[in-house]
Design a binder for this molecule. Sequence first.
Ligand code: ZN
Length: 312
Amino acid sequence: MNSLWSYFPRWMRPPGASTQASPAAERWRATLRAAGAVPYYAKWRRELNRAAHAASDEERRTALLRLPEVELDYFFSHFRQFKGKENGAPLVRESRTVWAAECRVAVIAPWFHVGGGPMGGAARLFLAPEAAELQKFAPEVIAAPVDALEKLAGQGEWRQDPPLFAVVALCGVGTPLLTAAVRESLWRSLGVPVYVQLRGFQGEPLARECEAHNGLHVEPAEVILERRPSGELLLTSLANPRHTVLRLATRLHAWVDMRPCGCGLTTPRLMDLQPVAAQTITYRAPAGASLTALAGAVEEAQTAWEQEAAER
Ligand SMILES: [Zn+2]
């Protein structure tokens, strides 16, 4: 059993364990219920039921050890096994705001539904990274998957009044990560800082870069991350009820910094996030050459894009 604990560095077992009523505990139980409803976990129901009683972060992580790790290839090629039964419950379309403050946000081809800001700021969806179209909207923030941002940067220097304020690079499992070279080229052409956000298959925030640009702060209520001995992260998202998968091997490497960040936050940070040296998988949505999307999320994201495009 001791060797299994090597999967869990100390940062993953915070001293202040959550109580039953914490958002993390509620999301945990909802995630296990959702897992219990997908075919893949049919033979793991007993473990899922036991795991539901886990009252602390530590107990939840121990409970996960009794459940299988899922390889990324397997998940992508069998994603129907991870899809819940249609039980008549309405789809909760939780919006996934990409910028906390009120401002004009242009979002290009995300794989998830993006809502307005908490203060009612405007988020507008764009289907393609066309500089001329975007500049008409005069966004203060542009958020997009890395390949869309690269296309934007390739269109030359950004001229806009009022000026752009920041760029958000949306990264996920199976999508391109922001490399130092791309970050540099974005800086040269757009002239603003880039903030990386790691997002789940439903767009749920998993980890995000702060203004110190020193690693990605993990969102503890949204995700449980384990680390294989190789350094590969195993992802258990607590906010993906549509295609529920536990302990997904992400093909992403990172190490974790527990030290307080220069920004003042004390949450753990994923450092040096990189793809595992093997081949990466990028799924492209059928409708757009520049879209990065993920197997299970394609259909619903597609619908959201069409709806929002029609509303404009
Ligand atoms: Zn920070």
